[in-house]
Design a protein around this ligand. Structure first.
Ligand code: RVP
Length: 496
């Protein structure tokens, strides 16, 4: 007999929080947003995020650039797995090697190149500082630097050689590899430089430090760092090639892995988790996605460090339409969170849960946390920012960024969706789309964080744990949802 659930499957939009008594103890500036991301017994060490945000395992979202930016703000990216093992490992390495304020140069020419090539490279990268090396590559000997102050397009011929344009190495002030950011900035200020090349003992360029970055790279108190002061990096993996991929990612420095599948309640996930845990007992691995108690217990028993919840709620996802499977995100979180709490009572082990997909407004994040999620995973939210890999385009009067689902033809990430080895059985579960461009990650995140802290203040909570204990949530009728927005007035502008 079919099991028919009595309760309706609901979304975050159908709920509101009822305020509790606010006190000086829960003023926004006192609120602690740290949250666990790996399983633990009370008192046991575990990995924590400094803010409850992770970015989606998607080609349009989580590359090394976004990962660096998000970890600098206290969250974590799971770098997308639908790429070769080498290129994913290289992205992880870039995050782990990132040193605040030390920029890795992406523009190299040799002394024999011409002004024409200088201009072309500048056009391609958008960067005006070019390193000149013996072989025109990053591993060559640094022989000079070119900036736009070294040539005049109106006067210099396009075939003028780089060696006659550049500031030669002998005339450059450089820093030695290993120098601190403060020391580098002192050299910049003392010598009135715009850029300080940092070279190693073989005169190869290791980094550049720019005067203009000084303010942006002062210490960030929320940076998510490991014990060696490198940023934390996550990585998505699949149930097909984990035996080769996982060792390469761990070798590159990945801190937390996550099995990425649209439906994670499968023996393949169980096998992958137990294999990885037995081969790499110190490695951390999240799993999912599930939407109910049974799916959670299955992955928890397999050894998952966290469990990701959500099927079909993603903004670009059409799984529910295509396959008829899924569950309203709020209902899924409520059931899994209460199972997680029961699991903790039974076993003494706390397994964090991640609400993945379907966050539209910032208040949905607060509601997801209040309902028991330890952190949220977002795709659309991060795809809008400068740091995401999608192209920025102008459509009419608006700037947009490209955002495509992992189940779309464009992404070709069939491993996330298919349980069959045959390519002939594939069909799309995601779409290719645009999202409104929103600027820098840091600026947007700070607004979102302010809103969440303000919600928690109103609910009398100074931490996420307290928020979950105290939260009082009510269902809202379609009419009261309408009442919740501006209504029955003539709006002058809408920018909130
Ligand atoms: P959203 O934040 O609503 O854009 O959702 C992002 C989530 O959607 C991802 O973390 C993933 O779980 C899911 N996703 C990604 N691609 C697709 C698809 O093509 N169906 N779905």
């Amino acid at each position: 007999m079919v099991k028919l659930y009595d309760e309706i499957s609901r979304t975050f939009n159908e709920y509101l929080l009822i305020p509790n008594l606010s006190t000086p103890l829960c003023m926004p500036e006192k609120i602690d947003l740290t949250t666990p991301i790996t399983r633990f017994r009370p008192g046991e060490a575990h990995v924590r995020l400094n803010i409850p945000f992770v970015s989606a395992i998607m080609q349009a979202v989580s590359d090394h650039k976004l990962a660096i930016s998000l970890a600098r703000c206290g969250g974590l990216s799971f770098i997308y797995g639908a790429q070769t093992i080498d290129s994913q490992a290289e992205m992880i390495r870039k995050v782990k090697k990132f040193k605040s304020g030390f920029v890795v140069c992406d523009s190299y020419l040799s002394p024999e190149h011409t002004l024409n090539e200088v201009l072309r490279l500048k056009e391609d990268t958008g960067h005006t500082t070019i390193a000149v090396t013996s072989n025109g590559k990053s591993d060559g000997i640094l022989t000079g630097i070119i900036t736009s102050r070294d040539y005049r397009i109106s006067r210099d011929p396009l075939d003028k050689k780089v060696c006659h344009i550049m500031t030669p190495f002998e005339a450059l002030i450089t820093g030695r590899d290993g120098i601190s950011l403060n020391e580098a900035n002192d050299l910049i200020w003392a010598n009135k430089l715009n850029c300080l090349p940092i070279v190693n003992e073989r005169q190869q360029l290791v980094h550049m430090v720019f005067r203009k970055d000084y303010e942006a790279h002062k210490e960030n108190p929320f940076e998510l760092l490991d014990e060696k002061k490198s940023l934390l990096a996550g990585a998505g993996i699949n149930t097909y090639d984990y035996q080769e991929r996982v060792p390469a990612l761990l070798e590159a420095g990945a801190d937390i892995l996550c099995l990425d599948s649209s439906d994670g309640y499968s023996t393949w996930q169980y096998d992958a988790i137990t294999y990885i845990k037995s081969k790499f007992p110190k490695g951390y691995i999240g799993a999912g996605n599930v939407v109910d108690a049974e799916g959670f217990r299955y992955l928890a028993d397999a050894g998952a460090d966290f469990v990701k919840v959500g099927i079909g709620g993603g903004s670009i996802c059409i799984t529910r339409e295509q396959k008829g499977i899924g569950r309203g995100q709020a209902t899924a979180i409520l059931e899994v969170a209460s199972t997680r709490d029961k699991y903790m009572e039974e076993t003494g082990i706390y397994i964090p849960i991640c609400s993945d997909g379907g966050i539209v407004y910032d208040n949905h994040i607060a509601i997801a946390l209040a309902m028991g999620a330890d952190f949220v995973m977002m795709g659309r939210y991060f795809a809008r920012f400068d740091e995401s890999p999608g192209k920025k385009l102008k459509r009419g009067n608006e700037y947009v960024k490209e955002y495509w689902g992992e189940g779309s033809d464009r992404a070709k990430n069939w491993q996330r969706y298919s349980m069959s080895a045959s390519k002939d059985t594939h069909f799309e579960e995601g779409v290719d789309s645009y999202v409104p461009y929103a600027g820098a990650l840091k600026d947007n995140l700070s607004v979102t964080i302010s809103k969440i802290k303000s919600t928690m203040s109103s609910c009398g909570a100074a931490s996420i744990q307290e928020f979950q204990k105290k939260a009082r949530i009510t269902l809202v009728s379609p009419m009261s949802i309408r009442e919740g927005g501006a209504h029955d007035i003539i709006l002058k502008n809408k920018d909130y």
